[in-house]
Design a protein around this ligand. Structure first.
Ligand code: NAP
Length: 487
């Protein structure tokens, strides 16, 4: 039987079982406009019921022996590998993702589950010194309770899994709200994998639904102890404000406008190929995408020629065919990309490749002569556009790269690793890649940004900080009465 058999989930949300809420939406394939399926949708009332049920189920889950929690996550990883083709096809069709990006997403998701399976057996605290004789004093990690995971559509499975798996591993229950565009390849898939892997009912709830309504409900809900939000900066900041009113912890992984710096001593061919990867992977719909290509004036002409040639040689089409780029996710995203390119060209930039679109299919676009006052430089594009800006010195490159409210990731290429490191050390970003472009993700590395790109980190050891809190516990062998204040 297929893992994602639509008979199980059509028109339903997941609360430990598949239930009808009376509200549905369609999963649409961006490449063709075809309806792929129908999912259930939840509102604030269902969110409240799920959060309460998750809090109760979570207490039992946290008390489950650590080997059992780890085993569930390992089995989910095995199932994901076993059903790789079926799940991959959903990712390709629902998220509009070409084969290479789909394989990357599946591989990262498997690794997230396997890495998370190692967390339950980690040491959980410290034995503390104490001033009181006969007292055992312990600092221990405890789960935060119920974690709300709000996920985007661009790497839907992986970006949800990087929170769901470690949150469960550390003894939390989870309420997952997938993006509306990718409710099946994110939400349904995660529910099915973990159910089949033996996760007890009620520990995971999957609630597709309207972001605004569910976001407000998540921020206010007394049972939800923490929010993991991955998405755009304006939405993340609004949600963080609402969560702050409840002093609720939130890890925010937000937008980026990432600089790739190309110094004047590079191998231009390698730098141009790296820039093409950074700017055009998954149609540029990657938070780590190279949004600004900063190139030393001395090599800018040759670099831009090569980058434009690479872009012109790329194929665009249905991701199920053997193409380099698929469609962008929806019409509003396509119109946004068009609008940024149009305004940048009106402001004086030159189109060196691409610049046109056919529905949701946008050709990889190279813009030359881009200056910091132009929209393609100043805004997150989230599309297959490489704006090229020139600089005259390493100092100017650093100033340009850091001249943004975002701070997710930066990359620098140079023929001299010493020089590249010196520039890299001055870049203000949560992640810096020396002699590489900006799109890099490894589940064992701390992932996250500074400034408008977010707060908090995911990945490996930082997951313990993200998904647990500290509790101080003292134990006396016998009942004690504290010494009086005057003693
Ligand atoms: P988005 O519009 O902010 O949506 C992200 C998620 O938030 C979706 O599940 C969405 O639900 C939900 N949402 C919408 N309004 C909400 C609200 N008022 N309160 C709470 N949740 C709400 O972002 P997106 O368009 O899906 O993703 C693209 C953005 O995400 C880009 O800016 C990109 O850079 C960023 N991103 C960051 C990272 C990172 O790790 N730093 C990774 C990937 C993407 P609906 O779908 O139902 O609207």
């Amino acid at each position: 039987m297929p893992l994602l058999d639509p008979d199980l989930w059509t028109g339903k949300v997941f609360t430990g079982e598949w239930v009808d809420t009376g509200s549905t939406s369609e999963a649409v394939e961006p490449a063709t406009g075809k309806v792929l399926g129908t999912v259930g949708r939840a509102g604030a009332e269902q969110l409240a019921a799920s959060a309460e049920a998750a809090a109760m189920a979570g207490e039992r889950w946290a008390a489950t022996p650590y080997q059992e929690r780890a085993a569930v996550l390992r089995r989910a990883a095995d199932l994901l590998e076993e059903h790789r083709d079926e799940i991959g096809r959903w990712v390709q069709r629902e998220a509009g993702k070409v084969a290479a990006a789909t394989q990357l997403e599946l591989a990262l998701s498997v690794e997230e589950l396997r890495e998370a399976a190692a967390l339950p057996s980690q040491p959980w605290g410290h034995l503390l010194p104490t001033t009181r004789p006969g007292r055992t004093s312990i600092a221990r990690r405890v789960p935060v309770g119920v974690v709300a995971v709000i996920a985007p559509w661009n790497f839907p499975l992986n970006l949800a899994m990087r929170s769901v798996a470690p949150a469960l591993a550390t003894g939390n229950a989870v309420v997952l709200k997938p993006a509306s565009e990718t409710a099946v390849c994110c939400g349904v898939t995660i529910a099915r994998l973990l159910t089949e892997a033996g996760l007890p009912p009620g520990v995971l709830h999957v609630l597709p639904g309207p972001g605004g309504e569910l976001g407000t409900a998540v921020a206010d809900d007394p049972h939800i102890g923490m929010i993991s939000f991955t998405g755009s900066t304006p939405v993340g900041q609004e949600l963080n404000e609402a969560a702050g009113r409840r002093t609720k912890r939130m890890v925010a992984e937000l937008g980026g406008n990432n600089a790739f710096v190309v110094l004047d001593d590079v191998d231009v061919e390698k730098a141009a190929a790296a820039a093409a990867y950074g700017a055009f992977t998954h149609q540029g719909q990657v938070c780590m995408a190279t949004g600004r290509v900063l190139v030393a004036a001395a090599v800018a002409a040759e670099f831009t020629d090569r980058l434009a040639a690479i872009a012109q040689g790329m194929s665009v089409g249905d991701p199920l065919d053997d193409v380099d780029l698929g469609p962008v996710i929806n019409r509003s995203q396509a119109e946004h990309i068009d609008d940024v390119v149009r305004r940048t060209v009106e402001a004086g930039a030159e189109v060196r490749a691409g610049g046109g679109r056919d529905g949701l299919f946008i050709r990889p676009t190279v813009l030359a002569g881009v200056t910091p006052d132009m929209p393609a430089y100043a805004e997150e594009i989230f599309g297959p556009v490489a704006p090229v800006t020139t600089f005259d010195s390493d100092d100017e490159a650093v100033r340009l790269a850091n001249g943004t409210p975002y701070g997710l990731v930066a990359g620098v290429h140079s023929g001299s690793v010493r020089r590249a490191r010196a520039v890299g050390d001055r870049l203000r970003a949560g992640m810096v890649h020396v002699n590489d472009q900006t799109v890099n993700d490894e589940v064992v590395a701390p992932f996250g940004g500074v400034g408008d790109s977010g707060a908090g980190r995911f990945g490996s050891f930082t997951n313990l900080d993200a998904f647990t809190t500290w509790q101080w516990v003292t134990v006396h062998e016998e009942q004690v009465v504290p010494p009086s204040a005057s003693a």
